[in-house]
Design a protein around this ligand. Structure first.
Ligand SMILES: Cc1ncc(COP(=O)(O)O)c(C=O)c1O
Length: 362
């Protein structure tokens, strides 16, 4: 059996660290916004090359609070984003009170296309929200050049840099998710915003905790989106492994590239050396039949994502219909995510690739 993802080896590799941290947490009996969260925020900021980080309840909360901190909170304000992402990207825009507007993706990288984003801008455009999908950073200079507030969905891009600079060099709003399967995950829900702006960091820390000042008085309409102490224990234990785990993901992706190179039916999604390879994604014909065959052989696979956001009932009010975003619609029919996790071996990668090559030979 080769599952799409396997968290167990990563958990075991860091067990002594998280056990020690949990013990300390239980000694202190402090479970919300205590020393573990504060320590992790410092460590995560350092690791991502940011000045500050704020630990939050989820990646969705991180995107929502970036928008709230940027005061993009009205239905008249549009946020241009990708239709090929987790629905949570779009839902966070709705949660902030703003309106998602979808632009098409680049057919090679499947990332939000800066030209199409530029073409769909209007007087209502308040922000651009590119998604560093599958671990590949978007072309941030081109998005920054559009001259709007730039909010980065880095929920799949822990450890990624762009043109050798930290993501926070391009905008003060970088949102991360620590959902368990991410390159850096906790064992429940969690998220963070990384920023170089002291003002943004302070605003997000205010908003995450009900907008409260002292004395239980809410100064602004905040939310409840706090990273908890227990998740911070796991995150601080996993963080020192992140670079090595990302390096191993890069090796696995290169093994797949080589093993699938001779199979013309399979087209790997283009990525650069900066990708942190959160997912390894190929485009294939007859995807559902291939998935069924892989499942028979005990090989897990996934589709990230099967339905572009403009076709979800939840986004029916966003003004795009079937046929409006052709690249995203086509990609959603063809993409397939193959097993990848830091301790996946070369023999297993070879077996997955051979099973795919064998399917198309039949
Ligand atoms: C690209 C992207 N954006 C946003 C999210 C939302 O993160 P979370 O599940 O932590 O709310 C995820 C993860 O699910 C994601 O992959």
């Amino acid at each position: 059996m080769i599952p799409l993802m396997n968290l167990r080896p990563s958990l075991e590799a860091a067990a002594p660290e998280w056990r020690a941290r949990l013990e300390r947490m239980f000694d202190r009996m402090h479970f919300i916004l205590g020393e573990q969260v504060a320590a992790f925020e410092r460590e995560f900021a350092l690791a991502t090359g940011a000045r500050y980080a704020a630990g939050l309840g989820s990646g969705t909360g991180a995107i929502e609070l970036c928008l709230r901190a940027a005061r993009v909170t009205s239905g008249n304000q549009q946020v241009i984003t990708s239709p090929l992402t987790a629905p949570f990207t779009g839902l966070a825009i709705l949660a902030a009170g703003a309106a998602p507007r979808f632009a098409d993706i680049d057919p090679e990288t499947l990332l939000l296309d800066p030209d199409d984003a530029g073409n769909r801008m209007s007087r209502r455009t308040a922000a651009i929200l590119p998604v560093h999908l599958y671990g590949q950073p978007c072309d941030l200079r081109r998005f920054a050049a559009l001259g709007k507030i730039l909010i980065q969905d880095a929920c799949q891009a822990h450890g990624a840099r762009h043109r050798a600079k930290p993501l926070t060099a391009y905008s003060p709003y970088v949102a991360y998710s620590f959902y368990p399967t991410k390159n850096l995950g906790c064992l429940g829900d969690g998220g963070a915003v990384a920023t170089n702006s002291r003002r943004v960091a302070a605003r997000i820390k205010l908003l995450r905790d009900g907008g409260r000042g002292s004395n239980h008085v809410s100064l602004v309409a905040g939310v409840n989106s706090r990273l908890d102490e227990m998740q911070a224990c796991y995150l601080s234990a996993f963080l020192p492994h992140l670079d090595a785990w990302n390096a191993q993901r890069a090796r696995i992706a290169a093994w797949y590239d080589a093993a699938l190179a001779g199979c013309s039916a399979v087209r790997p999604v283009r990525r650069g050396a900066e990708s942190v390879n959160h997912l390894y994604v190929v485009r294939v014909p007859h995807r559902e039949r291939l998935r069924r065959r892989l499942a028979e052989l005990g090989i897990g696979s996934g589709v990230h994502y099967p339905v572009p956001l403009h076709l979800h009932p939840a986004f029916a009010g966003c003004g795009a219909k079937r046929g409006d975003l052709v690249q995203a619609e086509r990609a959603a029919r063809e993409i397939l995510s193959l097993p990848i996790w830091p301790y996946l071996g070369q023999t297993e990668v070879q077996r997955v690739a051979e099973s795919i090559v064998g399917f198309y030979r039949r």
